[in-house]
Design a protein around this ligand. Structure first.
Ligand code: BES
Ligand code: ZN
Length: 457
């Protein structure tokens, strides 16, 4: 199978350099949603996105929320044709630790066919390739084959807290026949992929307070409960020795995966040793009785994301810390509900909290898991468009990560959601040296441009 060339390709090829330059401008804006010192940058990225949509030929508007703004782009010039909502996010993860970047995170640089920058793949590069696919249609043909709504948010990396209410309040304006999202990765280089599932999320902070202030560990140690040890005990109760989560009721609503999907998963070209070597861990671990892909895509988790207590500087300091804190998040699978997991987690921690310390559990954010209906005209169109652009039939994959709003789209707008991403394994999303492949950016743009032709036909 060889990739297909169209009039849209010719446009995208002719303007390749300009498009790259614009993407680099977008990547230079440090729109780190988690950090208030970057609020002005995050707003600037919203305005930049709106301007890019206008330049492509859409009407664009920026809507303030209680958090970061939502950007809408609209083109409704194809009466009688389907309306597609394209979703992406213009916010990025913090870039720290900065000293581990080969080139600075907000100075995009190409090396070995990769665009290195924070947000290159997650998700500015993937959002921007959608904008350019729309521009190609409007510039070459003056019209789009479908009606389009672009919704770009600035809070995805911090849990999309204000997006659900925005969608609810604007449900009529956002009404659509399909939602299309590029914020994920292909299974392997050259292998286009359609996602069949995402895990959900319930994120917690556990605070343990002991004595009123730090104490001399000789004068007081042994007679006062140590909050760091108390926290370690609590965390150690979260799993059994076979990797199962021991929170009572945690698995009650977990659904069996359809056997067809499991079979498909088993047929993917996946090598556990290669995966182990890629992550650089001495050995892999996880829940007994499941393959690595099953653990990643079909099973819930409970992970410590961060720990803080006592003295961690150079050398030794004999101190009994006053407090300890852990960030703990659970990835959820259908049909686990974040609010129910919150209730179960709080009850569990309360039941195991040692005496002599005060323990509080705060729920920071949550999102529902999601599983696709993998049939219908939307998926057939996506298969054809991906095959044309990449010269290869796409595979169906799962995903262990989360995009909190996906469940809300399906629920509030009642439209099927298509997830086609153009990242790659090892892309370093959320880590130093994040990159997006130039080839995937280029082919992704073409695949999406063709998808609109397929859907309009
Ligand atoms: N692009 C990711 C989602 C994703 C992760 C897709 C891994 C494919 C592979 C998204 O930007 C993300 O990181 N989401 C967060 C959501 C969380 C803050 C609720 C995540 O999964 O940690
Ligand atoms: Zn992300």
């Amino acid at each position: 199978m060889t990739p297909v060339t169209t009039d849209l390709d010719q446009f995208l090829t002719a303007y390749d350099e300009r498009i790259r330059g614009e993407l680099f401008d977008f990547l230079r804006i440090p729109s780190v949603s988690a950090r208030s010192e970057h609020d002005a940058d995050t707003s600037r990225a919203a305005e930049w996105t709106a301007d890019a949509l206008r330049a492509a030929g859409l009407d664009a508007s920026v809507h303030s929320t209680a958090g970061h703004p939502v950007v809408l782009g609209e083109w409704r010039g194809a009466p009688g044709k389907p309306t597609v909502l394209i979703y992406g996010h213009y916010d990025v993860q913090p870039a720290e630790p900065l000293d581990l970047w080969t080139s600075p995170p907000f100075e995009p640089t190409i090396r070995d066919g990769r665009i290195y920058a924070r947000g290159s793949v997650d998700d500015k590069g993937q959002l921007f390739l959608h904008v350019k696919a729309l521009e190609a249609h409007l510039a070459v043909r003056g019209v789009l084959p479908i009606n389009v709504i672009v919704l770009a948010e600035g809070e995805e990396e911090v849990g999309s807290e204000h997006l659900e209410s925005f969608i609810e309040a604007n449900a009529e304006r956002l009404a659509c026949d399909a939602v299309v999202i590029s914020d994920s990765a292909m299974f392997a280089p050259g292998l286009p992929s359609i996602l069949s599932s995402l895990r959900g999320m319930a994120y917690f902070q556990i605070d343990v307070q002991g004595p009123a202030q730090d104490l001399h560990s000789g004068s007081y140690g042994g007679a006062v409960v140590n909050p760091a040890m108390a926290l370690a005990r609590i965390l150690a109760t979260l799993h059994d020795t076979e990797g199962r989560i021991t929170i009572k009721g945690f698995y009650d609503t977990v659904e069996e995966w359809p056997s067809a999907v499991r079979e498909q998963m088993g047929g993917l070209p996946f090598d556990e040793e290669h995966f182990r070597a890629e992550v650089g861990a001495p050995a892999l671990g996880g829940e007994k009785g499941h393959t690595v892909l099953e653990r990643l895509w079909t099973r819930p988790t409970c992970e410590v994301n961060g720990l803080l207590s006592g003295y961690t500087g150079e050398g030794a300091k004999t101190v009994l810390p006053a407090k300890a804190m852990a960030k703990v998040s659970c990835r959820l699978v259908p049909n686990q509900e974040p609010v129910e997991i919150e209730r179960l987690m709080k009850a569990h921690v309360e039941s195991v909290a040692p005496k002599g310390v005060n323990v509080t559990v705060t729920h920071l954010h949550g999102g529902r898991p999601w599983r696709a209906e993998l049939n219908g005209p939307l998926f057939d169109a996506a298969r054809r468009a991906l095959a044309s652009a990449f010269g290869r039939e796409p595979v169906i994959t799962g995903e262990g990560g989360s995009i909190p709003v996906v469940g809300d789209f399906a629920r509030i707008l009642g439209a099927p959601v298509l997830l086609v991403g153009f990242g790659l394994p090892g892309e370093n999303a959320h880590a130093p040296d994040e990159w997006m492949s130039v080839e995937n950016f280029t082919k992704g743009m073409r695949a999406i441009a063709m998808l609109w032709d397929e859907l309009g036909a």
